[in-house]
Design a protein around this ligand. Structure first.
Ligand SMILES: [Zn+2]
Ligand SMILES: [Zn+2]
Length: 110
């Protein structure tokens, strides 16, 4: 399967709006869960995948301040807590898509 590439990415104070397909399949990734899912080496132990980030240290009003593409395979988010080392691959983001259709698909395949 080819690497997914979103049609549009919009930064919002409450999260990231990703439109996967033009005019359809759009979903808002809420800010705090996205910050908590940061895959960088400071937040997740690389070898074991053990989470190193204590959710209690992440503010309730965490928000993305800047979003940048990383090549054609992912994006980087700078958060208002200064953290910006995580690279979120599109593959991962699509697999975690919070839209109703994807949630439904995942529930059915469980
Ligand atoms: Zn991180
Ligand atoms: Zn979806």
């Amino acid at each position: 399967m080819p690497t997914p590439m979103p049609y549009a990415i919009t930064r919002q104070d409450d999260g990231l709006l990703i439109e996967w397909v033009r005019g359809e399949h759009a979903a808002l990734y809420p800010a705090r869960p996205l910050r908590l899912a940061c895959p960088c080496a400071a937040c997740v132990e690389e070898m074991s995948g053990r989470p190193l980030l204590d959710p209690a240290t992440v503010s309730m009003d965490i928000r993305p301040v800047f979003v940048a593409l990383v090549g054609t395979y992912g994006l980087k988010i700078r958060w208002n807590d200064g953290h910006d080392t995580g690279i979120y691959t599109f593959e991962r983001l699509l697999a975690a898509c919070p839209c109703e259709a994807c949630q439904g698909d995942r529930a059915r395949s469980r």
